[in-house]
Design a protein around this ligand. Sequence first.
Ligand code: GDP
Length: 363
Amino acid sequence: GFNCGIVGLPNVGKSTLFNALTKAGIQAANYPFCTIEPNVGVVAVPDPRMDTLAEIVKPERVIPTSMEFVDIAGLVAGASKGEGLGNQFLANIRETDAIVQVVRCFANDDVIHVAGKVDPAADIEVINTELALADLDTVQKAIDRLTKQAKSGQNKDAAAKLELVKEVAEVLDQGHSVRSMKLDAEKRALLHDLHLLTSKPLMFIANVDENGFENNPYLDQVRDLASREDATVVPVCATTEAELIDLEGDDKAMFLDEMGLEEPGLDRVIRAGYELLGLQTYFTAGVKEVRAWTIKRGMTAPQAAGVIHTDFEKGFIRAEVVAYDDFVACGGEQGAKEAGKWRLEGKDYVMHEGDVVHFRFNV
Ligand code: GDP
């Protein structure tokens, strides 16, 4: 599956948030997963469209799609020099598809701050510096390697790659991320095998007090920094989420109402993570089950079919597609057919967000 690695300095509320996410995962109905490592939380992606589809189709079961959050422990200043658990920390980040950085935006004298005061910009700087230094190390090794290759003339891509990698080194040297270079797809592909940490999509979770969603200078600092870093921000109160996760039904609704929240903050975190990973959803809607499936944006119909089963991709014949809005407006597949909203799509069809699909295939 696709995953977001959660990082943060000590005492920023990372465990509080991760535990809430993990509980949310366990509570998700019809959970199609089994063994999970302790530092991996698999969570259902909240999607109100599933309820609407279920009302129309009346299936036996409804299965949401999911994504993973990985708790990455061990960040300390000096990680890039291999101090403490530093090397393991960096290796773990390298394996994630996106980075979620929890930042402390709440003041609380009872909770000690590692640097002595609440200072989101400085905290973010500590983490970003470690990531940038690790990348700089990777990039310098690549420059040595590519220089040799370019001279020998054996690798025809080496010269172009070398030029780009030198450019990257300069940006990193100035303390900026590779992400901030906003490279096009072609250049990103050239850098792919370096697995640079600062090129991964980044989101900040600003952990605020329960009344810290507005007029919060800490939060403003994070927003400001994020816009320069090409990152997204989700404000959330981790302690509220921890309380909320133990409530159900009316109690939950009342609590949300009291807090003036429309939905749990975790739902926003999960959806923002999904977005950050460049993912999109399509549905299958039969009487046995209504189910949401995750694909990468831009995937074709056969690739999407392959997410259900590899045989579906290999034997793909065609996809029968109804757009979600049409499906709902026409009261289901039959209505969509009558209204001319039911389409047959071939192997080149690029999936749209929310497509309701039936795949036809040879076995
Ligand atoms: P970690 O070291 O980043 O994993 O931090 P923890 O999740 O263990 O949180 C450290 C302390 O901060 C705990 O006592 C939490 O209850 C407290 N804390 C976490 N989030 C909030 C918050 O949003 N507001 C307040 N006031 N305290 C929080």
